[in-house]
Ligand binder design. Structure first.
Ligand code: ADP
Length: 625
């Protein structure tokens, strides 16, 4: 019988796994038990509507047997089992698993430990076993199969006889070496301790035969006599962690649960649970990851919460429970009010589900608000990871969620030089300031250098610097914040008290006309500026469309050809502008060159691209000659 090779990526990862000097070998057990539990979940779910399964809820179990002399651990479940294709697809390749992709991306870090902390499910067993045999029969399939492998060189699948549906995993434990002790995994006390540590909440009994000293029934109490007996013992408490009293669960337990359940190798940044009684009664246990999931910004990432009905898993990722702007939240929801018979499709339209979702949205919002209030540093770290996502909540669904989100978003402040909330901004606003000022641009740095911001900064005004394309849409969608409207100082002619640096030249319409005629339809208007100080020119956008929007739309919807109306503002007290004016009569050709030069400068400062770079270069050269 020839061996089937593992897919090439799998082989590489397996090699790494087998040869890694890994200190947490023990996680192999939790991975196998968790697979067994998932398999039972699946069959249990079927059994609710299919009489043929023939098992009651309390008949589902996971068994562990230890054969110390032969160095064998066997883990047996009566879950759904696997057929030949399942074995090939599930155990023949790990290339598609999230952990592998993660490993690939982080290969440079050379951090082999990640493999173990992350767990690569079933394959972690190769850390302690040099041979793994899987005997399995799938529900509704007559033929049973055996899958056998001793590591990276491949696996064999053969047909076998197996009376019961379910899966048996047989691990041949490695011999001890000078540096590694594998024999401890053949000790019952050790296995029992590992189950308590990692798999206590598993909702099916994990059973192992244990030796006890038992008081002999007819023994005299004065002079007790004991028998050594072996009895099946349930090693886990079986109470789901979210059903336990918050104060009885340690931080470690929450962290372990999170890492195992949601395939993260780092502790969550935030854990919060809720017990809600009302129209719909439910418990939730939610987590916020401390890092952005590696696939978060890809199509592969699916938002959602695990949905249970009285402890029975109905859906692994119920996306309807989370709005898009909170898609980073992971966790579990358990409600006794959901009927198990409703099909999964039906469930999506379920009114109860909608009710849970809207309650959860508020709970998450409250949790984030109190985080922001009580641990600014922690919140800002979180915000660096997921803030952009939250901002989308301001525009999503035509602004339907904006009130839930408006106090969770942060913007960079020109005066505070750090991230601030809109509330903080408004509280600092002077009596004489009507609107919230913001400025859009490519980056905080480039916005800070814009001629427009210079003017307001000098007046001591606080400006919110907005370098994300979403920002402007967000303000537009909000309309106002607690009655204060938003003004983009890059675009709008914001009238400020004491704006009177008007000069004589202001009434010089000939100059403006000359420049406009020279530039043609490159600009919609040329005006004397009230806000320019050290810069000769700037470009502002008129009408609703800003330059940042124009840039965004050029990427998002190029066919729409959205273009901002360009207004060239010139600074009448700047020597460069004066030189231009002087030349209009003295040397018209030169004046035209100056006008084009200043226009292109304004284009560059606005973060737009010069339409014809080589023409612009020629222009500069001709002026230098
Ligand atoms: P993961 O559990 O993360 O999907 P694993 O490598 O642990 O990755 O397992 C791969 C797949 O093999 C599982 O998703 C499941 O489909 C199947 N599998 C593993 N163990 C069992 C089992 N005891 N019973 C049925 N299927 C199993």
């Amino acid at each position: 019988m020839s061996k089937t090779e593992f897919k090439s990526e799998s082989k590489r990862l397996l090699d790494l796994m087998i040869n890694s000097i890994y200190t947490h070998k023990e996680i192999f057990l939790r991975e196998i038990i968790s697979n067994a539990s998932d398999a039972i979940d699946k069959l249990y779910y079927i059994s609710l509507t299919d009489q043929n399964v023939g098992l009651n809820k309390d008949e589902f179990k996971i068994n562990i047997e230890i054969d110390k002399p032969n160095r064998i651990i066997t883990i047996t479940d009566n879950g759904i089992g696997m057929d030949k294709d399942d074995l090939d697809n599930n155990l023949g390749t790990i290339a598609n698993s999230g952990s592998f992709k993660f490993k690939q991306e982080n290969e440079k870090n050379d951090d082999v430990d990640i493999i173990g902390q992350f767990g690569v499910g079933f394959y972690s067993a190769f850390m302690v076993a040099d041979e793994i045999t899987v005997q399995t029969r799938k529900y509704n399939v007559d033929q049973a199969y055996q899958w056998k492998s001793s590591g990276a060189d491949g696996y064999e699948i053969t047909e076998i006889e197996k009376a019961d549906v379910g899966t048996k995993i047989i691990l041949k434990i490695k011999e001890d070496t000078d540096s590694e002790n594998y024999s401890e995994f053949l000790e019952k006390y050790k296995i029992s301790a590992l189950v308590s540590k990692y798999s206590d909440y598993i909702r099916y009994p994990i059973i192992m035969e244990m030796e006890h000293r038992k008081l002999r029934e007819d023994s005299d109490l004065e002079n007790p006599e004991y028998d050594e007996v072996t009895e099946d013992e349930v090693l886990n408490s079986m109470i789901p962690i979210w059903q336990r009293n918050k104060k009885d669960v340690t931080e470690d337990e929450y962290n372990e649960f999170y890492k195992q359940k949601f395939f993260d190798w780092e502790n969550p940044a935030r854990v919060f649970s809720n017990s809600v009684e009302g129209v719909v009664t439910f418990k939730s246990l939610l987590f916020i990851p401390s890092k952005v999931p590696f696939d978060y910004h890809t199509k592969e990432y699916k938002k959602g919460l695990q949905l249970y009905s009285s402890g029975v898993l109905i859906m692994d990722k119920c996306s309807d429970l989370l709005p898009e702007h909170f898609s980073f939240v992971k966790g579990v929801v358990d409600s006794q009010d959901l009927s198990l018979n409703i099909s999964r499709e039906m469930l999506q339209h379920d009114r109860q589900l909608k009710n849970i979702a809207s309650t959860l949205e508020k709970k998450i919002k409250n949790e984030l608000s109190s985080w922001l209030k009580n641990d600014r540093e922690g919140y800002e770290k979180f915000y660096a990871n997921f803030g952009r996502n939250i901002k989308y909540g301001l525009v999503a669904d035509y602004g339907a969620h904006k009130d839930n989100v408006k106090d969770l978003v942060l913007f960079y402040s020109s005066t505070e030089k750090k991230l601030v909330t809109l509330k903080e901004y408004v509280e600092r606003m002077g009596e004489d300031q009507k609107d919230i000022y913001f400025a859009t641009g490519e980056s905080i740095d480039s916005i800070d250098k814009l001629p427009q911001t210079e003017y307001f900064r000098d007046k001591g005004r606080e400006i919110l610097y907005c370098a994300e394309e979403i920002d402007e849409f967000a303000f537009q969608s909000m309309g106002d914040y607690n009655g204060k409207s938003f003004k983009n100082i890059v675009n709008e002619d914001v009238e400020e008290e004491g704006d009177d640096n008007k000069t004589e030249a202001k009434n010089d319409d000939d100059t403006l006309k000359f420049i406009k005629d020279t530039l043609g339809d490159k600009v919609n208007e040329v005006v004397f500026s009230k806000k320019l100080k050290s810069h000769p020119v700037c470009l502002t956008a008129k009408g609703g469309v800003s330059f940042e929007m124009e840039k965004y739309m050029a990427l998002a919807q190029p066919e729409a050809m959205v273009r901002a109306e360009r207004v060239l503002e010139i600074n009448a007290s700047h020597p460069a502008v004066n030189a231009l004016i002087a030349n209009i009569t003295a040397d018209k050709e030169k004046a035209e060159k100056y006008a084009k030069l200043l226009y292109n400068q304004a284009v560059i400062i606005a973060g737009l691209t010069v339409e014809n770079p080589s023409e612009y270069a020629d222009l500069v050269c001709s002026l230098m000659n």
